[in-house]
Ligand binder design. Structure first.
Ligand code: SHN
Ligand code: NAI
Length: 248
């Protein structure tokens, strides 16, 4: 079977809020990894002989815990290793990084090896964030610079308004879920509301006013709530739902 031979990376968004993560190495690459871990809400512990100035500063503000020492597997008993959800091997020594990999893998940890993508159990994509929207680009290690270039292109195409847009979609989704009992009607609404010119409204400043009217209209109803596929004819028709957002 074709699927059995596939070995593509499995793209997932991991919730690291409050999770303990361990980074070995304290240079610029480790620093970049630490900042993205902190953005995800992780609690970071580091082991390295030296640290960059910014890492030392983070430690001064208690954002990370630094251990100034040489990594050796024996210095961490498995008990001590237990809390770590993931590990980053970011020293400039391929040998030490491979040791960290071995050690972390034996303990079933996810591990990123900054200089040996083939060892990594996860690799880090280039990321564009707009609030709840996360766009991640990966070349699987083929060309990190290309991943970065493509992400920059997306960065130019997805403006700051997407943050407000995603918050809106999330809010309206909850509202619709509480107001429209019929699953098919709901799902159709979720798809069709993407055709409303919301981004345009955010850009031209008419969004807040329009949103208030929209929420009132959704709360007022009535909405189709028959069995799946059966829509009561006195209620808004599907075509009305399509342009509902434009008319409020
Ligand atoms: C496999 C991977 C491992 C991992 O880290 O997970 C990896 C590996 C390596 N990178 C190297 C070099 C560079 N990496 C960058 C930049 C980034 N690298 C990132 C990820 C990854 N890098 C993973 C694969 C991602 C993918 O392709 O999907 C990004 C996307 C995310 C991040 O790290 O935060 C971040 C962009 C962040 C942003 O968006 O700005 C730049 C550019 C720069 O710094 O400006 C250079 C110098 C130019 C160049 O080499 O292209 C080398 C040394 C090569 C050598 O010297 O021989 C190795 C080791 C090797 O290839 O063996
Ligand atoms: N994944 C990525 O995005 C990239 C990866 N790289 C790779 O990442 C490696 C690290 O890059 P930099 O941070 O620029 O290197 P660096 O040389 O500035 O820093 C290396 C750090 O590792 C620490 N270290 C070395 N041996 C150690 C040990 N035995 N125990 C504990 N700490 C130890 C040092 O104290 C230092 O803080 C590079 O050698 C390169 O192969 C380079 C560019 C990007």
């Amino acid at each position: 079977m074709e699927l059995l031979n596939m070995k593509y990376p499995y793209p997932i968004m991991v919730n690291l809020a409050g999770k303990q993560c361990l980074v070995i190495g304290g240079g610029p690459v480790a620093e970049r990894k630490v900042f993205s871990l902190l953005e995800a809400g992780a609690r970071v512990t580091m082991i390295s002989m030296e640290f960059t100035e910014r890492l030392a500063e983070l430690a001064n503000h208690s954002a990370v815990v630094l251990h100034r020492q040489t990594f050796h597997p024996s210095m961490m008993t498995s008990e001590e290793f237990m809390p770590f959800t993931l590990v980053v091997a970011a020293t400039n020594s391929a040998e030490v990084n491979a040791q960290v990999y071995e050690f972390a893998t034996v303990h079933g940890k996810l591990v990123n090896v900054v200089d040996q993508p083939e060892l990594s159990s996860y690799i880090q994509p280039s990321v564009v964030r707009r609030g709840k929207l996360v766009i991640a680009v990966s070349t699987g290690g083929a060309s990190p610079s290309a991943a970065r270039k493509i992400a920059r292109e997306l960065d130019n195409n997805y403006g700051e308004e997407y943050e407000i847009y995603l918050d809106f979609l999330s809010e309206v989704r909850h509202l619709v879920q509480s107001q429209i009992a019929d699953k098919q009607a709901r799902q159709r609404m979720f798809k069709e509301m993407l055709d409303w010119d919301v981004l345009e409204k955010i850009r031209d400043g008419s969004f807040d006013n329009w949103k208030d009217k929209l929420y009132l209209a959704i709360e007022r109803g009535p909405w189709p709530n028959g069995l799946a596929g059966q829509v009561d004819t006195d209620r808004p028709s599907w075509s009305t739902i399509t342009d509902f957002g434009q008319r409020v």
